[in-house]
Design a protein around this ligand. Structure first.
Ligand code: LLP
Length: 427
């Protein structure tokens, strides 16, 4: 299921590199990113959709992983970028994406953030009427490309925190006010160019996604009819899931793309919408399975339960603690060994919730073993923190067996940076 490879030494191989040797060279914890997997994921998705509908673009949701090397790989592949903050816009520009290839979808944006987006020349995807009105005062509406994020009242996701459509969601303008919002934008002097939705993250069931596509197309048709907007693009957001548990199935991307494009084309005809570009904004699908977190077992403890304590924690990979997410774990120095026990894998953060797995079937684990926490590429490093004054970990990129550091391990000095102790407290 997870395409695990074992090398002649009996160790886990990642992109042709020996996982155990990588930890000897770069220390632990360590994120190891497999370049080919990113390229394969991108191309599989791109080819599936563009073969059905030529005007198709992928906007990589860089919040999943903003490492510049990862961004460069996707820039080379021809991706565009979904950025959610000025920092992500800045990073994308630095990574070589022209402003035309960046869509800025902020949430609760400040005037300063809007000004930054305008001066960067990116397309601004507005999330509220407030932002629209404020933007109209900050710039010449004729000079900025805008679209709106609409809440289609359909939501889905792997956890309630990751559902972004529906009546509890803080995102987007309401579907029932969409036509009025576009009219208002035109009255203010804008020429809106697109429409957007994103219903949630970690979706493996095509049904809700299809429903969102259908709903957004109906909304788009209505906006076109009532407000006379001509759409350059229709953006269905991201959310495409990947299997984390061994029993989960991959999205059948050929089937998925056929269903979506079929529906999309029917609705284009139904509403006379012409030939707008279809956008998708995947993050997880592109980088999720491309990175492995390697961490060393330093303590085996038989307490009221059996624990293997490792040198990473929820400061390194938050998803298990934050969402109860499952990440498959193998012992990198014996990836094919059979499970003989159920054991808890605990991190080194001083909180009880800092667990990578509870009661996980694993082979015998010893101190010094290297655990590989799989599918850690999306929202892994990007959600990591310095909690407990732990320097953030390093990232390496592997390609054809060669490894390069693409983010250095932080030091204590990095944790202390930007602090200021008032002189009076130094006495
Ligand atoms: N577009 C927008 C507007 C988004 O808000 C997101 C994700 C995406 C695209 C990409 O979603 P993806 O294809 O990666 O599912 N931290 C959570 C995920 C939060 C997703 C936030 N928005 C996790 O670790 O599961």
């Amino acid at each position: 299921q997870f395409d695990l490879k074992t090398n002649e030494k009996g160790n886990l191989s990642i992109g042709g590199a020996d996982a155990v040797e990588l930890t000897e060279k770069y220390d632990t914890p360590l994120y190891v990113i497999d370049e080919m997997k990113i390229r394969d994921n991108y191309n599989r998705l791109y080819n599936a959709f563009s073969s059905q509908y030529e005007d198709f673009k992928i906007f990589y949701a860089c919040k999943a992983n903003t490492n510049l090397a990862v961004m460069r790989i996707l820039e080379q592949e021809g991706s565009c970028i979904d950025a959610v903050s000025p920092g992500e816009v800045y990073t994308s520009l630095l990574a070589g994406f022209e402003p035309e290839r960046i869509l800025y979808t902020g949430n609760n944006v400040t005037d300063e953030e809007l000004k930054f987006a305008v001066s960067s020349g990116v397309t601004i995807n507005l999330d509220s009427i407030s932002a629209l009105k404020r933007l109209s005062k900050l710039t010449d509406p004729e000079k900025v490309r805008i679209s709106f994020r609409v809440n289609p009242m359909v939501g889905a996701g792997h956890h309630e925190h990751c559902i972004t459509g529906g009546e509890l969601s803080k995102f987007g303008v309401m579907e029932k006010e969409a036509a009025d919002v576009y009219s208002l934008a035109q009255d203010l002097g804008f020429t809106p160019v697109g429409i957007h939705t994103h219903i949630g993250s970690g979706i493996l069931d095509p049904e809700p996604f299809m429903l969102a596509v259908e709903t957004l197309m109906d909304i788009t048709g209505k906006v076109h009819e009532e407000a006379g907007v001509k759409f350059e693009f229709i953006d269905f957001g991201g959310g495409l899931g990947i299997p984390y548990e061994p029993h989960e199935n991959k999205l059948d991307i050929d089937h998925f793309s056929k269903e979506i494009v079929g529906l999309f084309k029917n609705k284009l005809n139904e509403y006379n919408l012409g030939k707008p570009t279809m956008y998708l904004e995947p993050g997880r699908y592109i980088v999720g399975n491309a990175s492995t977190l390697l961490t060393k077992v330093n303590t085996i403890k038989q307490s009221y339960r059996k624990f293997a304590g490792v040198d990473a924690g929820f400061n390194t990979l938050l998803r298990p603690s934050m969402y109860g997410s499952y990440h498959h774990i193998v012992v990198a120095n014996k990836p094919e060994a059979e499970a003989t026990q159920n054991i808890d894998i605990a991190g080194n953060v001083c909180e009880s919730g800092d667990l990578f797995a509870r009661d996980r079937p694993l082979p015998e684990v010893e101190e010094g073993d290297i655990l590989a926490i799989l599918n850690a590429g999306a929202y892994g490093f990007s959600m990591s923190s310095q909690y407990n004054s732990r320097p953030k970990t390093a990232e390496v990129l592997v390609t054809d067996g060669e490894s390069e550091v693409i983010r250095e391990r932080e030091t204590f000095a990095d944790v202390l940076t930007k602090q200021n102790v008032p002189v009076r407290l130094l006495k």
